[in-house]
Design a protein around this ligand. Structure first.
Ligand code: SAH
Length: 367
């Protein structure tokens, strides 16, 4: 038996990793499937409740392994049904996860890093700098906690989480391996069993990792474009200096034409008088011409001390019309969960700040 310095968190494995773990410890690989079903389909994390494991295996597991979840510091529900969790990790860092219910689906917005290195000028996560990557367990825990709160593990419950978007804090493609493994669990039929169309990675445009992604796994890809020329995009998304628009779009084309033939969604944030003029819309039509692409317009979500403002409704409508007339399928993302700061780009704030705010919140609710 291998000696682990501390107990191995089983949430850090995808199915193959867990099989290997069992084999290294002299157990049969199929145990991995049993455990994954218990944890992700039934929400059971106590080895003693896993009735198809032998007593001796349960004792052994308790000795070498654990199922370690983050602590739920805040669990808030908005008047529009949006749900937000603030989760405290073992090292004290906090991350947020948001659930957005819509008519026939429920989308969970999941974080991939504590902070972010990319420093996009409009993003509140950028203001806290980069702290660290999340582990597989810390990523999949967000789904576990949300599913638990939403009652998804109750017998015969309908699936509450139908879609996952890696659009929380961080740049998922800069935490590649952990994000891939966590997404494998989201799509594994023994775990959450989501279809590959319903799991989306959102990237600011890490070109080499996009190529790697297309060879590794089939998921939906969203690309945060936000500008149609390099000058403006360098300012909004500084990563553009490394991978300019032309290279980014070439990578998008490779992704679309690659092994899995996926289509791409382009995200375009609507910032007043910055990128929302009719000529910007026309440039966007020209840029995406001939690509199998959808455009997701995201009205800029303001937060304290930002220099930007949200586009007016008029500018948004005008922009949308030009895109639609130009043949682009265009969807505007409605702002949700405003009363609990759950909206896009608010999914962070300074961690310290957030923790204090959460403590204030806990006090206010008598916790
Ligand atoms: N790093 C990844 C994923 C995280 S951000 C990426 O860049 O895609 C998820 C989406 O929210 C991105 O499109 C991002 O540009 C957008 N976003 C960030 N801050 C925002 C804000 N204040 N208002 C609206 N959208 C924002």
């Amino acid at each position: 038996m291998i000696n682990y310095p501390e107990k191995q968190n089983l949430l850090d494995f995808d199915l193959d990793g867990l099989k290997a773990f069992f084999q290294e410890n002299g157990e049969k690989a199929f145990r991995a499937t049993q455990i994954i079903k218990w944890v992700y389909q039934r929400g059971v994390i106590d080895f003693d409740e896993m009735s198809d494991l032998s007593k001796s295996l349960r004792i052994k597991l308790k000795d070498i392994a654990e199922i370690r979840l983050p602590e739920v510091v805040v669990d808030q529900k908005s008047t529009d049904g949006t749900h937000k969790w603030l989760l405290k990790l073992a090292d004290g860092n906090c991350i947020e996860t948001v659930f957005i219910p819509q008519m026939s689906r429920g989308t969970l917005c999941v974080s991939s890093q504590v902070g972010c290195v990319l420093n996009c000028s409009f993003c509140s996560t950028a203001k806290q700098g980069f702290n660290r990557n999340l582990s597989v367990g810390e990523i999949i825990s967000q789904v576990w906690v949300a599913a638990k709160t939403l009652g998804q593990y109750e017998p015969d419950a309908a699936r509450a989480i139908t879609n996952v978007v890696m659009m929380g804090m961080g740049e998922p493609l800069l935490n590649f391996d952990a994000v891939i493994k966590a997404m494998r669990l989201m799509m594994d039929d023994n775990a959450y069993g989501l279809s590959r169309r319903r799991v989306t990675v959102s990237t600011a445009g890490v070109v080499p990792a996009m190529d790697e992604l297309s060879k590794t796994i089939s998921v939906s890809l969203a690309v945060s474009l936000h500008a149609t020329n390099d000058e403006l995009r360098n300012e909004l998304v500084p990563l553009n200096k490394k991978y300019p628009i032309k290279e980014l779009l070439a990578a998008c084309n490779r992704y679309v034409e690659g092994e899995f033939k996926r289509h791409i969604t382009f995200e375009y944030i609507m910032i007043d008088a910055v990128n929302d003029r009719p000529e910007d819309a026309r440039a966007l039509v020209k840029l995406l011409k001939g690509m199998s692409a959808k455009v997701n317009l995201i009205p800029f979500n303001p937060y304290p001390n930002t220099q930007y403002k949200t586009s007016t409704q008029e500018a948004q409508d005008r922009f949308t019309k030009i895109l639609t007339d130009g043949g682009l399928i265009t969807v505007t993302r409605r702002t949700r969960g405003e009363d609990i700061d759950a909206a896009c780009g608010q999914l962070a704030g300074k961690v310290q700040d957030k923790t204090k705010r959460s403590i204030r919140y806990m006090k206010s609710v008598g916790g």
